[in-house]
Design a protein around this ligand. Structure first.
Ligand code: SOE
Length: 379
């Protein structure tokens, strides 16, 4: 079987989710190419060596610049902090490598546009790891929408609530805390969490035309791990936005790291003329579904446990009733990427889809500044 030689950049949280996907996908799914964990690149030699040994990478590099041109690498997977995505993706595309990139695609739509230009110029298959599209329950909502079960859509609402940055003693910058450093992350929760909500929303309900928004930075200064000094905080800690979709429906979005008690509460709900559905990440195997066309006497919210073999992805795992988890979303996305890549195609969300999300998050940040409705850039 043809091999797909993978070169991973980054060995943090996302490096682990991706590596697990590379190993699991061929065990549970039929793939047209055999993934090979060829090499991982990261700066700290001792740690990258241990990471490579633990996950079974054949080799390692301490500079991604040595990884990208290697003749024995077919696909570059970018799982390093946001400020590295742009340079690595463009170098990989120029070297003719396929590219998988963690979200958000760029720190801004400008960066993302240049990345799109690079992959489209060379025609290399690409994808962005917006993994929540591949939760079986979320994919089921997508199928129900495609089957037109909802009728006209009126409302879409979503949130992503966390609480891990409330302490003012938490520093910014450096490994693990780069998400608090605006120079590295590009923005705060808007690019990190709201971006997930926006990606899924546009996948399910189509493009967003305009937004109004507010953001807040609750802790204005934090010690910077790298400079050793107390520095201003440039990220948004919380972000809320009203949106108009091109299909005429209304959107309501909220992301924060200051919702005490909520760890990763991604919720979404969609309300149509005939039906509504909702989902939440803390109970990721269920959807709540209401269909007004049910017989009146027994009409009500259905609580659907998405584990049956005829529901998305599930026949490849255990037996009906048994659950899978967060890590499987990455396995599903990688499996689908291998199928697309074998045909020389990209997988949605493509870089172009990632750019569309970055354009919305840019508009959110702009609207929060201007206190005006802002149109989302379309070309
Ligand atoms: C932030 O805490 C974070 O890890 C995001 O960066 C991920 O994209 C999200 O899926 C979980 O939360």
């Amino acid at each position: 079987m043809k091999r797909l030689n993978i070169g991973l950049v980054g060995y943090g949280f996302m490096g682990r989710t991706h590596s697990n996907a590379f190993l699991q996908a061929p065990r549970f799914f039929d793939l047209p190419m055999q993934p090979v964990l060829k090499a991982v690149a990261a700066r700290n030699e001792e740690r990258v060596r241990k990471f490579a040994a633990n996950w079974g990478y054949e080799s390692y590099e301490t500079d991604w610049r040595n990884l990208v041109p290697r003749k024995d690498i077919d696909v570059i997977d970018i799982a390093s902090p946001n400020d590295t995505h742009h340079e690595i993706a463009i170098a990989a595309a120029k070297a003719g490598k396929m590219v998988m990139c963690e979200k958000p695609l760029g720190r801004s739509a400008k960066e993302a546009q240049e990345m799109v230009d690079a992959v489209e110029r060379t025609g290399v298959p690409n994808t962005v790891w917006y993994n929540y599209r591949r939760v079986p329950a979320v994919t089921l909502i997508k199928q129900l929408l495609e089957e037109k079960k909802f009728g006209r859509i009126f409302h879409y609402r979503a949130g992503f609530l966390q609480d891990w940055t409330i302490s003012r003693d938490l520093p910014q910058g450096g490994e693990g805390l780069w998400r608090l450093d605006v120079a590295v992350a590009g923005s705060g929760v808007t690019g990190d969490l709201l971006a997930h909500n926006i990606d899924t929303a546009m996948w399910l309900n189509g493009p967003i035309a305009e937004v109004s928004a507010m953001t807040e930075t609750f802790i204005k200064q934090r010690l910077h791990t790298l400079t050793g000094k107390v520095e201003p905080v440039g990220i948004d800690d919380a972000s809320a936005c009203l949106a108009r979709f091109e299909n005429g429906s209304l959107g309501l979005f909220e992301a924060t790291r200051y919702a005490r008690g909520h760890k990763a509460l991604y919720t979404l709900e969609i309300n149509g003329e005939h039906a509504s559905a909702s989902w939440d990440l803390h109970d990721l195997h269920r959807i709540q579904y209401f269909d007004h066309r049910d017989e009146g006497r027994v009409r009500g919210w259905r609580n659907i446990h998405v584990t049956d073999g005829d529901q998305p992805y599930m026949k490849h795992w255990w037996v009906p009733g048994l659950q899978i988890g967060y890590e499987h979303t990455f396995t599903h996305q990688f499996m689908e990427f291998v199928h697309a890549a074998a045909k020389g195609a990209s997988l949605a969300p493509t870089f172009r889809d990632g750019l569309a999300t970055d354009r919305v998050t840019d508009a959110v940040l702009k609207a929060a500044q201007s206190r005006q409705w802002e149109k989302v850039q379309t070309s």
